[in-house]
Design a protein around this ligand. Structure first.
Ligand SMILES: [Zn+2]
Length: 264
């Protein structure tokens, strides 16, 4: 209990610190999403970013030296997922490993019952429930952030997995406030997942990346990317799914985009 209180107080202090101007300019430049937020949301996001930077370790891999630009780009987008919610800042995550670009991993994959395939796979990012770390390709992270409307964002994707782990299972169901919300989430997402699977098998074009048809955990990560990056289309074509995500994230990205259009 004591530790929890100290942690809360330390986080309050961190959030209240002034945000360095050059860090802010890096976020404005690399994370166009930031400008779509209201002044209040921007302030909240910068506060969360301070806590995130103080609590998580960044480590360069494959010869990459970690810079403030890398830390800001990743931290600000990860913290977009925390806005408006009571948050424990991705509690199962300690370290963010960053490679310069796509990286190779040796993988052994089961294709059929007794058939395994071994080989080198290319990856842009990954994380796992027991890993304590999250891996990103800097090149993919930066380009995913640069276009906030293409539905692809490896940072949002991998950090959505971390949210999924908050309630210990990697099942595509994050921590939901009420039993009623859990039931409605499961019902809506199960149906949406089944229809993405069916579309993937028959080759029907989909709004969601069909990588989400892999399993329910990938489905949540892919749905999160679409929720923030293609909210209008998601809201129109999958209104029930949009409503569940809106209720969980306490955010309505459709409005962020409208704000931007108004300002232009
Ligand atoms: Zn994934």
């Amino acid at each position: 209990m004591m530790f929890g209180l100290l942690k809360q107080r330390r986080r309050l202090r961190l959030r209240a610190q002034p945000f360095p101007g050059d860090w802010m300019r890096m976020i404005e430049r690399n994370v166009p999403f930031f400008r779509r937020l209201s002044a209040n949301d921007q302030a909240e996001l910068l506060g969360h970013t301070q806590v995130f930077l103080a609590e998580k370790r960044f480590e360069g891999c494959g010869g990459l030296a970690i810079t403030d630009e890398i830390r800001m780009t990743i931290a600000a987008q990860a913290c977009l997922l925390l806005l408006h919610r009571k948050t424990d800042y991705f509690p199962r995550l300690l370290t963010i490993l960053v490679y310069p670009s796509a990286y190779m991993v040796e993988e052994r994959r089961q294709i059929e019952d007794h058939v395994w395939e071994e080989g080198t796979m290319t990856r842009l990012g990954e994380t796992g429930r027991r890993m304590g770390s999250l891996v990103l390709s800097w090149e993919a992270a930066k380009s995913g952030a640069a276009d906030p409307s293409d539905g692809k964002n490896v940072i949002l994707h991998e950090f959505a997995h971390q949210l999924d782990y908050e309630n210990y299972a990697a099942d595509g169901v994050p921590e939901l406030a009420t039993r009623e919300q859990q039931l409605s989430w499961r019902e809506v997402m199960r149906a949406e997942f089944a229809s993405l699977r069916a579309a993937d098998e028959t080759g029907i074009p989909t709004l969601l990346d069909t990588y989400g048809a892999t399993d329910s955990a990938e489905f949540f990560a892919v749905a999160t990317e679409a929720f923030f990056e293609r909210p209008h289309a998601l809201c129109t074509r999958h209104p029930k799914m949009y409503a569940e995500l809106q209720r969980y994230f306490h955010q309505n990205p459709v409005e962020y985009l409208d704000e931007k259009i108004k300002a232009n």
